[in-house]
Ligand binder design. Structure first.
Ligand code: PMP
Length: 362
């Protein structure tokens, strides 16, 4: 059995910083000064209070969250947010605008339609989601209850390089796959949500950053666990939260601060992505279908000249210490997810392997 770590290019759950895993291991049996494992302690204990408060403080500091927002740690994944957003923010008889840029936005639309009116304010489905609509292409309803979009499309490898201008309408973002990959101007958003298992933590917690005026919209008839208001009033401790996941998220956030914050992450992520896209574009072998201005820094899909080579590519990659490069079943080919915790050496190793494979098979 090997205990050597390999490069994990999974789209999520995804690679975590080695230092974070080492610290979690080091303190797994007994948290310093506590004498119990994080796996054993009550969510209402003082040590956990300190952990969740520190995590929130680091989130506020890293993202520069202005006054007037709540930070919530919820369960049910980003998928439950597809429902909670309309249940809380879409009044009866109202309508919400959705920008559709991939499978996850489509799923968000599907759930919102169960709750109320939905208008598609823009879609790139006709282009196989290989680009992001421009601001000019959006047809926004000034009376919409909110505008929803997906900042980064994990499957298609596209990312908004701008924040949609929506006037006075509240802007809601699913930032599951690029949260904290770079700076974010929270003041432009009414609500941001992100499943943590890509850039922030292991699976099990969803980060929600919600502007306080949105909390007033929650209908009291909603089931208690689905009310943002309840979670805000109870500081995410209405019921038992995923204690261990929040603890690891706290370690990841400290690691992000140590790396120099979100600006530093953006510089590193741009460097990693730029060199990988350059290697694809200059290879004459691999192809990335995404319009250059819309390419994701986090998820890089690419195809080989013949799908019959895919298996050999993946087998060779595994032998060279790289896994989870198979593209999503709906698009095929390959996908390298290069989130914050993917070291630059992982991207360099992949690029070298790709060049060698192309030379042998081109
Ligand atoms: N939105 C995006 C952009 C995603 O990438 C994913 C998961 N891959 C989801 C939503 C769904 O997240 P979850 O599995 O946490 O429900």
């Amino acid at each position: 059995m090997t205990t050597k770590r390999i490069y994990n290019f999974s789209a999520g759950p995804a690679v975590l910083p080695l230092e974070v895993l080492e610290e979690a291991r080091e303190h797994l049996l007994s948290l310093p000064g506590v004498g119990m494992s994080i796996l054993e302690i009550s969510h209402r204990s003082k040590p956990f209070d300190e952990i969740i408060e520190a995590a929130e403080a680091d989130i506020r500091r890293l993202a520069g969250i202005p006054e007037g927002y709540h930070v919530l740690f919820l369960q049910g994944g980003a998928s439950l947010q597809f429902s909670m957003v309309p249940m809380n923010l879409l009044p009866q008889g109202g309508s919400a605008d959705y920008i559709v840029t991939g499978s996850w936005s489509q799923k968000a639309v599907k759930e919102a339609k169960r709750v109320g009116g939905v208008k598609v304010a823009g879609s790139t489905e006709a282009d196989n989601f290989n680009r992001i609509p421009t601001q000019d292409e959006l047809s926004l309803d000034p009376n919409a209850a909110y505008v929803h979009y997906t900042t980064n499309n994990t499957i298609f490898g596209t990312e908004f390089e701008y924040v949609p201008e929506v006037g006075a309408v509240p802007l809601v973002a699913d930032a599951s796959s690029d949260i904290f990959g770079g700076p974010i101007d929270v003041s432009k958003f009414a609500l941001i949500y992100a499943g943590a298992q890509k850039n922030l933590a292991p699976a099990g917690v969803t980060l929600v950053i919600i502007r306080d005026d949105m909390l007033k919209r929650t209908p009291s008839s909603l089931p208690t666990m689905l009310q943002y208001t309840i979670h805000a009033e109870n500081k995410s401790l209405y019921n038992t939260p995923p204690v261990f996941t929040i603890y690891v998220m706290g370690l990841v956030l400290k690691w992000l601060v140590k790396q120099g914050g979100l600006e530093a992450m953006a510089r590193l992520n741009a460097r990693k992505a730029d060199k990988l896209y350059a290697a694809i574009d200059n290879s004459g072998f691999y192809k990335n279908p995404v319009a250059k201005s819309c390419r994701s820094w986090m998820n890089v899909p690419f195809t080989l000249p013949d799908a019959a080579l895919d298996e050999a590519f993946l087998k060779g990659a595994k032998a060279a210490g790289m896994v989870a490069l198979k593209g999503h079943r709906s698009v095929g080919g390959m996908r390298a997810s290069i989130y914050n915790a993917m070291p630059e050496s992982g991207v360099d190793t992949l690029i070298a392997y790709m060049a060698d494979f192309a030379k042998r098979n081109g």
